[in-house]
Design a protein around this ligand. Structure first.
Ligand SMILES: C[S@@+](CC[C@H](N)C(=O)[O-])C[C@H]1O[C@@H](n2cnc3c(N)ncnc32)[C@H](O)[C@@H]1O
Length: 492
């Protein structure tokens, strides 16, 4: 099993997902006529949705998946797929399960990795020849297999995948602007959507357009890529004991996330299967959970399309944006130093209920320091960047009060954005466990309200701590001033 520190479910910040694919610079050779024509179904895809997968709550396709997996070598399970309260479909204990028990044992033959065989080998060869990285490769693989319907060995798996995964990839820019205006997650979602579009355009330009027989537009289009990336973002795992290999693990990917467990999927060398070890007991009928990693509510919404209940996620955090003032006489000099350390004039830092990173304080020192402290600017910029090993816990008592006030101002500006959105949203308290019953607008709005409430709660806590620190500091200064004045009078 993976150690707690190793997050096996895909992290929203995982470096391997590159915005644009790095295809080899070798010119593409003119396509040879394939010996075996792959029959890619070229029927028109209905707008905004793909022609495969199922409604997310569908149990019929899930039980067909279960039967196929058992026939294909999945050993007898202590869990079954069922409708659940959290996550719509999930794995439920069929028998008593002990704490510390290993479950699943999915054999590698039932796992999709970048090395999986393609039903249409020519398509796979073209992508590999062009050194397409794992993520775009797997995204294309999924579409290719899905389009082959029953001719693909993965057809039972693909039929049980959601036709429209819950993911911010499916939010329009207008929806993101309207519902997530207060949260930094809006920028992350826009960036991600642009990355997916950029990746697709790059593949189309460099590869698909040159091999239209293998990659017809009707199948390999932006809608199908949104779907396949949505599936990857919400289901792909990284397996530490398989050298960090990324994989789609049928059956295991029916497990939902709980912030209260700390158990991750990994390859078990002893049993030669994908397993996880329970960290609590389960009774028959109870839903079994794993952890998708220590992620904030915003990150969970971004990749998986849900927000845990307020206060229920110990890893929750909110991004606070700090900016240099354009009116600062040393603006240019400070900006250059920030750039040198990979930062910019406007920078986000994660705040947790337990506090904020030292980098944030260093940035605040830099933002408030006057030109008389110019010799310290570089030290501050370096400490604000987490890529440096320099001492981060800087202290400049002469500007500490100003720096804390600067953070408090940014925090309060952010809180007022959340207040504005939450007031305008009214007191929504809808049941999002059955989103299909709500209309889309209310569903998205409720997710946004839940996210904003949880992010604002963290900011409120930071505001309280900052105000108290400043009050204590100012009271201390006042006391010192009174004592000083007392001494002055005494000596006069
Ligand atoms: C790896 S899949 C889990 C199986 C999924 N429930 C299904 O029926 O296909 C991840 C998706 O499950 C749902 N999910 C997982 N954990 C959840 C939770 N704690 N609350 C709400 N939805 C959850 C989300 O839709 C997420 O995108």
């Amino acid at each position: 099993m993976a150690e707690a520190s190793t997050i096996t479910f895909f992290s929203t910040l995982l470096p391997p997902f590159q915005p644009n694919i790095q295809v080899s610079h070798r010119p593409l050779s003119f396509p040879r006529k394939p010996q075996v024509r792959c029959s890619v179904s070229a029927g028109a895809t209905p707008q905004n949705t793909v022609a495969w997968g199922c409604e997310i709550e569908s149990l019929e396709s899930a039980s067909a998946l279960q039967n196929w997996l058992s026939e294909s070598g999945l050993p007898p399970q202590k869990m079954g797929i069922d409708r659940v309260e959290v996550g719509e479909r999930g794995l439920v204990a069929l028998k008593n399960i002990r704490k510390g028990e290993k479950l699943l044992f999915v054999p590698p033959s039932l796992v999709i990795t970048p090395n999986s065989e393609w039903s249409c080998p020519e398509a796979g060869e073209v992508l590999k020849r062009n050194s397409v990285p794992d993520w775009p490769l797997l995204a294309t693989y999924l579409i290719s297999e899905a389009s082959l319907m029953e001719s693909s060995r993965w057809s039972n798996y693909i039929s049980a995948l959601p036709r429209q995964p819950y993911s911010l990839l499916y939010w329009s820019q207008a929806e993101l602007d309207r519902y997530l205006e207060a949260s930094q997650i809006r920028e992350r979602a826009t960036e991600r959507i642009n990355n997916v579009i950029g990746t697709y355009n790059d593949l189309r330009l460099r590869i698909f357009s040159k091999y239209p027989d293998l990659f017809p537009d009707e199948v390999f289009n932006i809608e199908s890529f949104k779907w396949s990336f949505g599936i990857l973002f919400s289901r792909l795992v990284r397996l530490p004991s398989m050298d960090g290999q990324v994989a789609l693990v049928p059956w295991a990917d029916m497990l939902n996330h709980s912030c209260e467990v700390e158990t991750f999927l990994d390859y078990d060398k002893q049993s030669k299967g994908i397993v996880f070890t329970t960290d609590r007991p389960y009774q028959p009928g109870e839903q079994v959970f794993i952890s998708y990693g220590k992620k904030s509510n915003g990150e969970l919404l971004l990749s998986y399309g849900f927000v845990p209940k307020e206060g229920g996620n110990p890893s929750d955090s909110v991004e606070l944006s700090l900016s240099l003032k354009k009116s600062d006489a040393s603006y240019k000099e400070k900006l250059e130093l920030l750039k040198k350390y990979g930062l910019s004039a406007s920078q986000c830092f994660p705040i947790q209920i337990t506090g904020w990173p030292l980098e944030l304080m260093a940035y605040a020192y830099l933002a408030v320091s006057s030109s008389s402290m110019a010799e310290n600017f570089e030290e501050m910029a370096a400490a604000a960047s987490n890529s440096t090993i320099s001492k981060k816990d800087l202290r400049y008592p002469e500007i500490e009060e100003q720096a804390l006030q600067f953070i408090l101002d940014s925090c309060e500006a952010s809180i007022s954005k959340y207040n504005k959105f939450l007031q305008a949203s009214g007191s929504l308290d809808l049941d999002v466990t059955s989103p299909k019953q709500l209309n889309r607008r209310l569903f998205l709005k409720q997710l946004a309200v839940d996210l904003c409430n949880s992010e604002r709660r963290i900011l409120f806590r930071a505001q309280y701590i900052l105000r108290r620190k400043l009050r204590d500091m100012r009271a201390g200064e006042l006391r010192a001033l009174t004592i000083f004045n007392g001494f002055r009078k005494f000596f006069q």
